[in-house]
Write a protein that binds this ligand. Structure first.
Ligand code: GLA
Length: 383
């Protein structure tokens, strides 16, 4: 693995110390009008209001000029600005001009933190310790991405730490969206000196609950130059995936990818075999890695711009989704771009879908006294 995780860990630990001493209430609310102002003096930008609270956009920067912009609304990544091989900077994630875009009906989770349970739970219910819990059926009779008002649609408490780190905290009440237990979730975004965006998630609860947290960024490494990602080259270190029924619920089998369109062990163009997959890719791959260890498990390359992204995670699975439901109709998009089918792709590091109902899958139950933790890193370069 080529990421320097010792350096990363040191940075995150020092970030934690900074977080403790930083008071969000005193942060300036407007971006400085003085373009020569340093990052340290530029505060978050006002981005509207949600649930009677101010929505702010925070900017993380590093010495290479890479920037990541994040909202306290949904912990949403609005911008990941990286250079192409010519040094021209561009935003590699799909985004909207304003908060209205993020709040429109059917908004497909652009850049958001997804929880309390990312992905699907079959028939919008599960049984835990002999008790049945009912959830919102917001996707073909199943629950998707936390229900009607998941973690993507709430305002988090944001605390920046210097230029390069932002901590977000959200307390989800016992019974919220049908889930048991008061759950405190903390997510820290850190932009490292070597152009990696680390997302570290932690959560605790006072009653046993299922949990699955991820980020739903839609990547298009051409930064708006190519309308689709079909020419991007993807690799996934996974020899198995979880096949699904017609409602995208895993069947409980782990099928080998060898000899199928699902095989990305050697990098290939996303468009190479997509026509052979009904509806496009929207599946969970079972990662070939040791559980809980941070390992690089995916790479994505856009030959035209030269942008290269490596994904490392501690999670056992990844949902690779090729924007099959994008159809060019979303409004308020950045620069008025049409986000067409396959206009971007998601690499959502996660536990397997429907795990609360699938005893053979790794457990997703968090108990009182335990801490849920997941770390995912998206690292950018050119070649
Ligand atoms: C996830 C799902 C997809 C789709 C998107 C949002 O990635 O797996 O089926 O629902 O979210 O549109």
């Amino acid at each position: 693995m080529d990421m320097n995780f010792k350096a990363l860990t040191a940075l995150v630990i020092s970030g934690g110390t900074l977080l403790a001493s930083c008071n969000n209430n005193t942060a300036p609310k407007e971006e400085s009008k003085d373009s020569t102002a340093t990052a340290a003096t530029a505060g978050p930008r006002s981005f509207g209001q949600a649930d009677g609270q101010e929505v702010l956009q925070y900017t993380l920067k590093n010495a290479n000029g890479m920037e990541v912009k994040i909202l306290n609304y949904g912990g949403t990544i609005t911008d990941i600005i990286t250079p192409d091989k010519q040094g021209q900077k561009g935003n590699v994630v799909l985004s909207y001009e304003s908060l209205d875009g993020y709040q429109q009906k059917g908004q497909p989770y652009f850049g958001a933190l997804v929880g309390r349970y990312a992905n699907r739970i079959a028939n919008a219910k599960f049984t835990l310790d002999g008790k049945e819990y009912k959830l919102a059926a917001n996707n073909n009779g199943n629950t998707l991405h936390g229900g009607l008002k998941g973690f993507d649609k709430v305002v988090w408490t944001a605390t920046p730490a210097g230029d390069s780190s932002l901590q977000l905290v959200y307390t989800s009440k016992d019974g919220e969206e049908g889930y048991p237990g008061n759950l405190q979730a903390t997510v820290v975004y850190t932009l490292t000196p070597d152009n990696a965006l680390q997302i570290s998630y932690k959560a605790t609860t006072d009653k046993a609950t299922p949990i699955n947290l991820t980020n739903h960024a839609y990547f298009n490494l051409s930064a708006g130059k190519d309308s689709t990602i079909l020419g991007h080259e993807l690799s996934l270190k996974a020899s198995k995936y979880t096949p699904v029924n017609d409602k995208l619920i895993p069947t409980d089998k782990l099928d080998p990818v060898k000899g199928t369109p699902m095989d990305f062990n050697t990098a290939k163009k996303v468009g190479a075999d997509i026509g052979k997959v009904n509806g496009g890719y929207d599946h969970n791959w079972v990662l070939d890695k040791k559980d809980g260890e941070l390992e690089t498990i995916a790479t994505l390359y856009d030959p035209t711009s030269g942008r290269f992204m490596e994904v490392a995670t501690t999670q056992p699975g990844i949902q690779f989704y090729t924007g099959n439901f994008l159809d060019g109709t979303l409004t308020g998009t950045r620069g008025g771009q049409k986000y067409v089918k396959n206009g971007a792709l998601c690499l959502e590091t996660q536990h397997f879908p429907d795990s609360p109902n699938q005893p053979s899958f790794p457990s997703v139950i968090l108990k009182p006294g335990e801490t849920f933790a997941q770390t995912t890193v998206y690292k950018f370069s050119v070649k």
